[in-house]
Design a protein around this ligand. Sequence first.
Ligand code: UT7
Length: 325
Amino acid sequence: MTRYSRIAGTGSYLPPRRVTNADLAAELATKGVETSDQWIIERTGIRVRHFAAPDVTSSDLGAQAARHALEAAGVAASEIDLIIVATSTPDMVFPSAACILQNKLGIAGCPAFDVQAVCSGFVYALTIADSMIKTGAANKALVIGAEVFSRILDFKDRTTCVLFGDGAGAVVLEASDQPGILASDLHADGKHVGILCVPGTVSGGQVLGDPLLKMDGQAVFKLAVGVLEDAARATLAKAGRTEADIDWLIPHQANIRIMQGTAKRLKLSLDKLIVTVDEHGNTSAASIPLALDVSVRSGKIKKGDTLMLEGVGGGFTWGAVLLDF
Ligand code: UT7
């Protein structure tokens, strides 16, 4: 019997502090930084983002999302035998956010590790978990995207600080005799390291370099639209499916213009595009599982629907996962 992996439940968590564009513009104005609700909405589609309190970490947000996913799946934390956390904003340099989160869930023994692929982190993590389940290395995995990007934003740089937010999303992925994940397609091209990065590091007890996010927005934008189309087509080809089979496109939630551009290139109706960037901003590795969970809980995404998940971001990394939900 062929062994597949399938999503058994989804969950998410947003920190309670909800910051509208107007709130952020007012806060930035006190620093002499000028922006507006209109500019942010027109250029990005973002209206609101959530920011975590200073003492709240990615593993805190991820653990809450994981609890909701476990509950939805009807799976006890003790049954989990693999934890993968996609994050670029871990609690510490080490150990991983996954180990810290594992302890918060009150479990021990199963492998737990972080995946660092920035905004493509969740599709990377899901692909790794799928492979481990298919080979029998795991039976029930927690795959989580969790971020506190507010910690690495330069609030004097209006070209980046208005874009990002904090949050977490999670899925329970379990072994099944029915296909769930159908195909995936992952890529990276390290020659583009400089267009989206946090160039600082820790050395000799000091922060060396700049520990705040830098982005060449236009360069990222141009690359993103092309690679998202390519990854979706490659994934469909691997699965022997076509664009017409996609019920819902869930791209990384960075910019509504990139998302709509991708849907159009794939000749998908915009009704099939899942959009939460308006309410969450760009939550990096958390954006796809957050969008997935919100759409499952609202009743939009139903059991049996075919979903195309797509990530793109720093590295440069990109990839897609096609699955029957
Ligand atoms: O998560 C990883 C993936 N990341 C992304 O996908 C991000 C990709 N890039 C983007 O989403 C867009 O490039 C941005 C939203 C970052 C920028 O949009 P844009 O349409 O490319 O704007 P731009 O950089 O060309 O800037 C247009 C103008 C500039 O003014 P001038 O030079 O035309 O006078 C900027 O200085 O908008 C100005 N501007 C702002 N104005 C008000 C830039 N940021 C702001 C701001 N408020 N926050």
